[in-house]
Design a protein around this ligand. Sequence first.
Ligand SMILES: Cc1cc2nc3c(=O)[nH]c(=O)nc-3n(C[C@H](O)[C@H](O)[C@H](O)COP(=O)(O)OP(=O)(O)OC[C@H]3O[C@@H](n4cnc5c(N)ncnc54)[C@H](O)[C@@H]3O)c2cc1C
Ligand code: SF4
Length: 325
Amino acid sequence: MMPFDHVNAGSPGEAVDLLTSYGGKGRLIAGGTDVLGILKDRILPDYPDVLINLKTIPGMDSIKESGEGLNIGALAKLADIASSPEIKAEYPALSLAAESVASPEIRTMATIGGNLCQDVRCWYYRYPHHMGGRMLCFRKGVGPCYAVKGDNRYHAVMGGKKCFAVCPSDTAIALCALQAKISIFGGEGTRTLPLEKFFTPMGNVLRSNELVKEILIPKPTQETRQAFIKFTERKPVDFAVASIACVLEILGGRCMDARIYLGGVAPMPWHAEAAERIIKGGSLDDPTAEEAALASVAGAKPLKGNAYKIEIVKALVKRALLRRQ
Ligand SMILES: Cc1cc2nc3c(=O)[nH]c(=O)nc-3n(C[C@H](O)[C@H](O)[C@H](O)COP(=O)(O)OP(=O)(O)OC[C@H]3O[C@@H](n4cnc5c(N)ncnc54)[C@H](O)[C@@H]3O)c2cc1C
Ligand code: SF4
């Protein structure tokens, strides 16, 4: 690993000031489970001069439940989110998503902010520099997308245009289904937006002098039924080949509202709106779930090696919709 400075930030304002003063040469670090791997393998042509440590900011790891909903500081650990009795009871999709991430050791270090901001896992993008030179591809601003003609078994089947790396975050789809908002702090103050609007095909909307401060989740109604299911190749430590998070409002046996997001299949959390339209207003029986499963993959454009993901998504959607708890 090349040398870099390490500066502890004492407040969000201080972290933003440091980002500003170092220009593009400062990088935030929270749990370090993603960013340190990126630096160690030197996958990016630009190497930071300094890591700005957020863990020294007091209070930014809190998890607070109120009548309104849940506020989670960006530094809250995935392990704490997964084991919180309140989150298990009221926001099980998030609890299950956090618990599905990596291993207990990583969840003890990894933060929710870092999980949402982590970089992609495309194996061309992550190719280590010490093994013959990093691969400069479209996402790095130079060169083609190697996945298009290469081994694309884990890449996007939906929404890919210039880069087909999938959004790797498990918590992202659960939080989108729960209608979470994200609070961003930066040089121009605080802005809050629906989490869905945070993600872009090439990452997220964070400006160079901004950080994620908090996640806000409205309290689900009593009628809410939630599911999170993740399909992996290796259990238990693996990224999603495909995953689903759904939040359904069931009243008198009818599905009054539905939010369905897919993971592991697109550069961003994929909003399966066509599937939602099919189930809204009716009862959730086998034929309806089957129809919604088909709709969830309508328009998918698989690459040469990943059409198999479409069958997995259909099975996950059906399973999640027919789940009874
Ligand atoms: C072996 C392994 C298996 C994994 N499996 C999974 C998995 O199954 N599912 C999954 O979702 N993830 C998985 N991950 C990824 C892991 O969840 C992330 O590495 C972790 O969540 C990142 O959190 P962190 O706090 O360590 O972030 P860091 O590594 O500290 O930072 C990650 C990125 O986010 C930025 N960042 C961090 N905090 C903030 C903030 N508050 N505001 C703005 N930017 C910020 C950093 O600058 C950096 O770019 C795995 C990782 C490993 C190593
Ligand atoms: S999928 Fe994206 S990250 Fe991977 S090689 Fe193509 S452009 Fe690069």
